[in-house]
Design a protein around this ligand. Structure first.
Ligand SMILES: C[S@@+](CC[C@H](N)C(=O)[O-])C[C@H]1O[C@@H](n2cnc3c(N)ncnc32)[C@H](O)[C@@H]1O
Length: 332
């Protein structure tokens, strides 16, 4: 886990070395590899809840953005923290770190970036003695990740089967498809993708790789199409959607990470501090709901999850399945 601390006069951060300042070659790379703007989901709801909780009402507050991504939520929260507040941003993706270096110059508060898994990063921050007034998560992948074709997150682009949020991690989607047995493959497709044809697809993967390695997203889409009955190819969205979701969750151990982070949340929050999580499928939401409900150090503030308005859905279809839950750290 690498940590960059950025502190400058009046909260204006300094540029870390090697990330490319304005006009430097590094920036053109950022533009080429990150063409998409990530529209933050449930941003108004998140900020509204936090304002009601007094975030931004006192100087010196600390907020932790555990999934920095393109920094959409971070920008809004930083504006509320003001010059005396501190925003700590976490992400495992080096491209998010580059984005942070760009955005940090514009943020009005003290800022700091921690690259790594959010569960580890929160544990390290808690061990340092950091106690946050707010820690929030916007789970899953960013639009920049899905739209950077060579990263292999999307079934719409021909690309190597990668799907790692952290490119230094060893396990990628190609490795899973090359080495996991049919039972284990079918298990993740069923559990993480709710794929009805999990068994048939897993068997087709194993049969294909006996002849030649499966290397690209297009090859995987062909295998999926060949394994499922013809009517299923035309019903319920793209036939590869659920398989790609399942592989991505497995590659990035998304649920293991979430469980570990939920255990650290009560330790990283100051008394009265709030945790807010935006999740995108029932596997995540169930975990958040359960962890909030069963931890005696937390009081649940959202009996029902907050969901997107019709207005937000009209401009951001990604918000369709988003659910926001908030809990407050009880006084010691
Ligand atoms: C949905 S995006 C966040 C978008 C951000 N809220 C915005 O407004 O731009 C999720 C981000 O979290 C990161 N991420 C997902 N799981 C992570 C984990 N376990 N540890 C650290 N970062 C993670 C991804 O790399 C991605 O950049």
């Amino acid at each position: 886990m690498s940590t960059i601390r950025l502190r400058g006069a009046r909260g204006r951060p300094t540029q870390p070395s090697g990330l490319g300042g304005p006009g430097e070659p590094g920036n053109s790379t950022i533009l080429l590899t990150m063409p998409t703007v990530h529209i933050p989901v449930l941003a108004g709801e998140l900020v509204g809840l936090l304002e009601r909780a007094g975030i931004g009402s006192r100087p010196g507050q600390i907020a932790i953005d555990c999934t920095f991504g393109g920094g959409g939520h971070a920008r809004l929260v930083a504006e509320r923290l003001g010059p005396e507040g501190t925003l700590v941003a976490i992400d495992r993706d080096p491209e998010a770190e580059e984005r942070f270096a760009e955005l940090a110059r514009e943020l009005p508060c003290t800022v700091r970036f921690v690259r790594g898994d959010f569960a580890d990063a929160l544990g390290a921050l808690a061990a340092e003695g950091v106690r946050a007034d707010l820690a929030y998560f916007d789970l899953g992948m960013s639009s920049m990740q899905v739209d950077t074709r060579e990263r292999g997150f999307s079934y719409s682009f021909e690309a190597p089967l990668d799907m790692r949020m952290d490119p230094s991690q060893e396990l990628d989607a190609r490795e899973i498809l090359a080495t996991w047995d049919a039972r284990r493959l079918a298990g993740i497709l069923r559990e993480y993708g709710e794929e009805r044809h999990a068994g048939a697809i897993a068997r087709a993967v194993v049969a294909r790789r006996a002849g030649e390695p499966i290397e690209t997203t297009r090859e995987l889409v062909e295998i999926i199409n060949s394994a499922i009955p013809a009517p299923a190819r035309f019903a319920g969205g793209h036939p590869a959607k659920r398989v790609f979701q399942a592989l991505r969750i497995a590659v990035n151990d998304e649920l293991g990470q979430l469980d570990a982070a939920l255990r650290v949340i009560p330790e990283i929050l100051a008394p009265g501090g709030r945790a807010a999580l935006i999740s995108f499928h029932s596997l995540e939401d169930r975990r958040v709901k359960w962890a909030f409900k069963t931890d005696p150090r937390l009081a649940v503030l959202t009996k029902k999850p907050v969901t997107a308005t019709a207005r937000e859905l009209a401009v951001n279809p990604r918000a369709r399945s988003a659910k926001l839950r908030v809990a407050e750290r009880c006084p010691n």
